[in-house]
Structure formats: structure tokens, C-alpha cells
Design a protein around this ligand. Sequence first.
Ligand code: GLA
Length: 377
Amino acid sequence: MIVKTPPLGWNSWNTFGPNINEQLIRETADAMVETGLRDAGYEYLVIDDCWSLRERNEKGELVADPAKFPSGMKAVADYVHSKGLKFGMYSCDGTMTCARYPSSFDHEFIDAKTFAEWGVDFLKYDNCNRPLNYSGRLLYKRMGLALANCGRDILFSACNWGAEESQNWIKETGAHMWRSTGDIVDNWDSIKNLTEQQMRLLATNGQGCFNDMDMLVVGMGGKGNVGFGGCTVEEYRTHFSIWALFGSPLMIGCDIRNMSQETKEILMNKEVLAINQDPAYRQVFAVPTITEDLIAWKAWVRYLEGGDIAIGFFNFGENPVNPCLAMTEIGLGRVSGKAIQVRDLWTGEDLGVYRDHMEVRVEPHACRMMRCKVVDA
Ligand code: GLA
């Protein structure tokens, strides 16, 4: 199974934590369709930790908690599929999951078989409670092999938070995406922190196995399992823009049954999603810009399929800035005979044509996201 662009979907953990059940999953599947999220490209609905009984059955299989999922997991998967969505589940490489439910250590092949029988399309695989003397490097390979032999295409989402320098070996395991950061919580410091953690790992991102910056907190408003403080709408827009431009999978974490208009507009901005899903999936890179007070500032750039260029400016500071980007930094400039025609992806405005340099204003905690066409100067 080859995955060409970052997976998009929803995951239960950020808002619901252990408070998950069949009705929530069915309502969320309905909401993915009714709100337009499915048609915007969000296709995976993933149940995170806390879905099983505390004990395996007599055959050694995982059992869905009948109090939470009375119809059983196969029925839940069937419902999700009937909505034109794909179904994701969660396990872990240790003896217990992070929330101390039974987990897949030494049960990799039997669990992969169970997931395949239920109709699972995506497995998030965590990294808690690993027995001593077993490396993640080995245990992720075991599950990768088990999934590859389970008779069903199951996307393997490795979640070991970048531990054990996993950027150096995660592709050995068959993972299609891998958590390259620690856990997100719903506040601005966390978004800043995860962005910083990601910067040294950008070169390891690539088609087929994507750097996963963790699930989105857009629209959580400080509510739910990881709702520690919340963010402003502006901060959510910046968060979403970074995850999109950096090429992370985009797994929604808010309660999509009750999204505000602003949340919908962020999550379903087609042009920002198109950058995330760009078929060429080239690496993002940073270039220097100049500000009035000569503070070092970066613009983030990605060359797109067909020759367009995406540019993002993200202001993590507390004051407005006016960075000025020289076109030579993105491979153009006067000698090229070319200029860029710039579209602002959040306002929808056409900002005109720039040949030598482009100066933009970025408010504190805000961003600017642009898609540029290369035109004759
Ligand atoms: C870890 C993961 C989270 C979530 C929890 C569940 O912390 O990184 O994304 O899955 O476990 O317990």
C-alpha cells in the first residue's frame, strides 16, 4: 500500500479521551458527511485509546468494550464505511496502551488479524509500556510486518513521538506516517513548541511516510481532553496553516458535531488543503527575510506541482512584523525575467505581481499564506 499524500481525518482523543462510544462515532461519521468535511478530503475516522475491555478473550483476542460499543466493532466499521469513510483504530507496542488497556506486544499478528476482520483501514500504533530490552525499532517492525500480512490494506500510523531518533529508522517498519513530535495540547505554547520540534526533522518528511505533527486542536476552544487553555481563532488559523504547509497529516481533534462557522472555514479552506495535498509533495524550506529592525525572520516556501509556489509567514512573536522577502531567495529575481502573482489564501485577495521583493505585514500570532504563480516580469 502506497500513500501519496498526507492522510486527512478525525481522531477521538483530543476532545473525548476515554469518553468514547458507538453513538459518538456514528454521529461523528454523520457529521463528517453533513458538514462537508468528507467531501473536502477528510476520509479517516479514527477511534483512539480506551475502546477495549481490560482483558483479552480466551482466544487471546482484543475485545471491544460492550458497554461502549454494544453492536461490536465490525458494525461500527460497517457504519463508517456506509458513509463513504475509512475506519481507524488504535493500539500500542507495549504490554498496555498509554491509558493502560491491553496492547499488542507479543500479540501483533493476532491483533492485525482482528483489525482486518473488523474492517479497519488505519491503525494508530502508540509507544507506551514497552517491556525493557525491546526497542521501538523492533516492535514497530513487528507490527508493520503483521499489518502487511493481515490480508487487508491498513494504513500504519506510527506514534512514538520521534523517540529513539525514529526519523532514522521509521521507514524500515512500513509506517505510512509517524509522529515526529510530542503530544499536542490546545494552547498557543504547544503549537509553537511542536513547530520548533518539527523544524529539525523537515528533511525526513516525504511521500509514502509523512511526518505527523499530531492531531489538530483547531476549534476545540479549550474544551475536552487536551483543552488546556484554548487558542484564538487567529492562532488556530496559524496552527492549521503550518501543519498544512509543512505537509503533516491533518487529523481533526475537535467535536465536529458542533463546529462554529470560523472552525469550518479554517478546516475546509480548499486552497490551503490543496497545498497540504499537493501531488508533488515537495519538502518545505525556510528562507531569510529582512525586517525594519533587522530581526531575523523566515518565510516558509514549498514548490508545488505545475510550477506554483506556496509561501507562509508565521508570527510567533508579540509584535506585528513586516518581513520583506527578496525574490532571489525563492529562485527568481530580476535576472530570471520572471515575477510572482500572489494570492492570499485566507482573504482570497489577489495581492498583485512582485518582481524584486515582497513585503507583507503579519500580526502577532497570525500568519499569511500565499499561493504564487510564476509570470513574466
Ligand atoms: C499517547 C499519544 C496520544 C494518545 C494517547 C492515548 O499519549 O501520543 O496521541 O493516543 O497516548 O492514551
